[in-house]
Design a protein around this ligand. Structure first.
Ligand code: C2E
Ligand code: CA
Ligand code: CA
Length: 582
């Protein structure tokens, strides 16, 4: 063996040739540009190729100890050497041996005697092809910003790790790290700062994990970490909490100043959660979402319960899409009682959904989903139309026409054409706008204030009654209220609940009621469940009340009966009580 030592940082070429003369010539041609190592036998070459990992092999087919074709085949069959390009050199001119060489996987074929220019060019070409391939590979498997494995490579490593660990009886951990509010950093501080943050975080993650772990960047702001060979669940927890600490340290950015980052981390384990790599990834994602919902800056281990929740959500969403056309929605009505006269003056329409697969699903569960999926618009139209027709000619025992209140989601208010739709529906039915109450929550006021204000004002000038729902449960700021023309304020159940036993709530209720009166707003107390609460509210000057004590939400037919009407009549019947009792 002969090594040209002066060329340590050049690409290495391995020349396998039995003739010292050829070796001398090739060395003269190539020694300048490459680090050239030689072997005169196949046996030494088989060792050298592995220890030296040359970029390319020049192989003479006529070796003393073996046939060059077989040696080439052996290199191609070995994972450690199969990707190294081999150029065959032969004295034989026949096309057959050239073809043979190419067929077993040689990159090229040169005839002896060699011309320096030809050898150089062919080697150069092969190395260039290889470099391009490497570049393509790099791009296909790695993330260009951070240099981390990309999604495909990470998932491939995961799949391999799971199979390997299963055989060894060990756990494979998977960790999905999602940077909280990353979009905000990009939007407010620039993409450049966003990139710096990602690069810094990738370095920190690499410092926390072990050598055997794979860290990948799987989307803009998500890192996926494969943790092979874990012995117990705690190992994953330890890594997750170390990771959180590393991420939370402030990051200095080139534009000056520091950025504080938190992340939500989801962890899943094979085979405890699943042995399937795709599902393991999905589980880590579910756990990550839970960490986000739970206030971010934390990690969560996946539990099958989480999947049940996701599964239920999926079932709700799936069935909700069809619910309208399958006629699965209905409305129930809960009366409002005037506390001065004890008359029923109206009712709140509350949506009910009875699905063939899921049974009765509470509105608190399906309405948020309807809102997120935009199904709320069509559902809202159904509610309005049904309520308006149910109440078209409905009068109380004293013969006064009743109001109907419907709940409006913020999404509906923000959708263009909402006011026109409402107007069209009531006009078509001939329903007086003054009898329609629209209940909206404070949430609606938090975004796009100007637009929302316009819509609320339009509804107001149309004649509809606007009620602020759930007052006292949210952000409740008086300054908000003053900006919008609300007619009524519904005091939240939580507030009413404490009235009889907690003095402070009594004081607050008094304040709310007198404040509303100052603003010329009507007050409606929700969730009245006892006689004491009712008396308290009456004494404080509350205008209306609603609650189980006064009447539960019931179907329109039951509601007519409750008013003292038979189910098809519109006029009151003989009845001994004015105020409806529960
Ligand atoms: P909400 O508007 O605050 O409706 C009042 C909720 O309190 C109703 O629950 C009602 O059944 C319940 N409730 C009434 N009196 C009492 C009482 O004395 N004690 C107790 N513990 N609860 C009482 P429900 O029907 O489950 O509705 C829940 C929420 O779903 C509603 O809260 C509303 O935000 C939403 N929702 C219901 N129907 C619709 C609808 O048609 N459209 C929209 N957008 N949301 C709706
Ligand atoms: Ca309501
Ligand atoms: Ca309410």
């Amino acid at each position: 063996m002969l090594v040209n030592h002066s060329a340590a940082d050049k690409d290495t070429l391995l020349i396998i040739d039995s003739s010292p003369n050829s070796v001398r010539i090739l060395n003269a041609i190539l020694g300048e540009e490459y680090r050239v190592i030689f072997s005169t036998t196949g046996t030494t070459a088989s060792v050298l190729i592995k220890t030296e990992q040359p970029k390319l092999v020049l192989l003479d087919v006529d070796l003393p100890d073996m046939d060059g074709f077989s040696l080439c085949q052996a290199f191609k069959n070995d994972v450690a050497t199969k990707d190294i390009p081999i150029i065959l050199i032969s004295e034989k001119q026949e096309d057959e041996s050239r073809e043979m060489g190419l067929r077993i996987g040689c990159a090229d074929y040169i005839n002896k005697p060699v011309s320096p220019a030809e050898v150089k060019l062919r080697i150069y070409n092969q190395l260039r092809i290889r470099r391009n391939e490497d570049l393509i590979m790099q791009r296909a498997l790695y993330d260009s910003l951070t240099g981390l494995a990309n999604r495909n490579l990470t998932l491939d490593r995961l799949r391999y790790a799971i199979t390997h660990d299963l055989r060894r009886g060990l756990l494979t951990g998977l960790m999905l790290v999602d940077i909280d509010n990353f979009k905000l950093i990009n939007d407010t501080l620039s993409h450049d700062v966003g990139d710096q943050v990602l690069v810094e975080l990738s370095k920190r993650i690499l410092q926390v994990v072990r050598e055997v772990d794979t860290v990948g960047r799987v989307s803009g702001d998500e890192f996926l970490i494969v943790l092979p060979g874990l012995h117990q669940t705690e190992n994953a927890c330890q890594i997750a909490s170390k990771l959180r600490k590393a991420i939370n340290k402030p990051i200095s950015v080139s534009s000056g100043g520091e950025v504080h980052i938190t992340a939500s981390i989801g962890v899943s384990l094979s085979p405890l959660d699943t042995e399937d790599f795709k599902r393991l990834f999905a589980n880590a994602d579910v756990a990550k979402d839970q960490a986000k919902c739970g206030g971010k800056d934390s990690y969560r281990m996946f539990t099958s319960e989480m999947n049940d929740n996701v599964h239920r959500r999926v079932r709700i969403e799936y069935n909700l899409v069809r619910a309208l056309s399958l006629d699965e929605f209905s409305l129930v009505y809960q009366p409002f009682i005037d506390l001065k006269t004890n008359e029923v003056v109206g009712a709140e329409a509350l949506l009910r959904w009875n699905n063939s697969e899921l049974g009765s699903v509470p509105p608190d569960e399906f309405i948020p989903i309807a809102e997120q999926t935009n199904l709320i618009y069509e559902i809202g139209k159904f509610v309005l139309k049904t309520a308006v027709y149910d109440f078209l000619r409905l009068r109380n025992f004293q013969g006064r026409l009743l109001n109907v209140a419907i709940n409006i989601s913020p999404q509906q208010i923000r959708k263009s054409g909402f006011v026109e739709d409402v107007k069209a529906t009531i006009d078509e039915a001939g329903f007086d706008a003054n009898r329609l109450e629209l209940e909206v929550t404070e949430g609606v006021l938090l975004s796009q204030q100007m637009y929302v204000k316009d819509v609320i004002e339009e509804l107001h000038s149309m004649g509809a009654v606007l009620s602020m729902d759930d007052f006292g449960s949210g952000y409740s700021s008086l300054s908000y209220l003053l900006r919008f023309p609300f007619d009524a304020l519904k005091i939240d159940r939580e507030f009413v609940d404490g009235i009889t036993d907690v003095e402070i709530n009594e004081t607050l209720a008094t304040a709310v009621i007198s404040m509303a009166r100052g603003l010329k707003m009507r007050t409606i107390a929700e969730g009245v469940e006892t006689q004491e609460q009712l008396e308290m509210l009456t004494s404080k000057g509350c205008d209306l009340a609603q609650g189980y004590y006064l009447g539960r939400p019931i179907s329109i037919d039951a509601f007519r009966e409750f008013l003292g009407l038979s189910s098809h009549e519109t006029e009151p019947q003989d009845n001994d009580g004015v105020m409806a009792q529960k």
